[in-house]
Design a protein around this ligand. Structure first.
Ligand SMILES: CC(C)(COP(=O)(O)OP(=O)(O)OC[C@H]1O[C@@H](n2cnc3c(N)ncnc32)[C@H](O)[C@@H]1OP(=O)(O)O)[C@@H](O)C(=O)NCCC(=O)NCCS
Length: 158
């Protein structure tokens, strides 16, 4: 039985975060970008499990959000490929939504690659809706650039 903890991301987490970032993403952030995400007033959190697979402490995933004036944007979310499909991204996002509501952010925006079926599946499951498209937004190695879907959810107090 494991115990989950969502904790503010710290500099000491960055090597582990970078390792997941490089395995999970098509175009991973650099260590510099991850470091910047800690210092720019963003919300950056890591999800850790104590006692999963007999390990004392395992980094499962992380997320980074950027607060705006009335709304907040999801800049990054990833779960270690070994632990995907177990509800961890949904758990992180639900906590972030609750925190955003508590701070009076009215909307949560995000951008996602048009081909990223797992992420789009996650956002649809959580009732995000497509509100726009950025044509040829993402560079793809030796291929035409890929569109970004802009998705949004109205955050409402329960
Ligand atoms: C997207 C990502 C964060 C999802 O993490 P996860 O922990 O596996 O997702 P969850 O287990 O919380 O899934 C929640 C819901 O998302 C949807 N989902 C998850 N994986 C899916 C897949 N491979 N295909 C379709 N839908 C999927 C499902 O609706 C799922 O609910 P269900 O299990 O009840 O059916 C993960 O795949 C990941 O890290 N991808 C690489 C990084 C990335 O692309 N981040 C998003 C950038 S915009």
């Amino acid at each position: 039985m494991s115990e989950l903890r969502l904790l503010p991301m710290a500099v000491r987490d960055l090597d582990e975060v970078l390792a997941i970032e490089q395995r999970a993403h098509l175009a991973p952030w650099t260590k510099g970008q991850l470091t910047d995400s800690l210092t720019a007033g963003n919300w950056a959190y890591v999800l850790r499990a104590l006692g999963v697979d007999d390990a004392p402490d395992t980094l499962l995933g992380y997320c980074v959000l950027m607060p705006g004036v009335d709304d907040i944007s999801l800049l990054n979310i990833a779960v270690d490929p070994s632990y995907q499909g177990q509800g961890y991204a949904k758990k992180m996002l639900l906590v972030m939504e609750d925190q955003a509501i508590a701070k009076n952010f009215l909307k949560l925006f995000l951008e996602v690659r048009a081909s990223n079926a797992p992420a789009i599946g996650l956002y649809q499951k959580m009732h995000y809706q497509q509100v726009g498209i950025r044509k040829a937004y993402y560079p793809v190695h030796e291929a035409p650039r890929e569109d970004a879907l802009v998705m949004m959810k109205e955050l409402v107090k329960p």
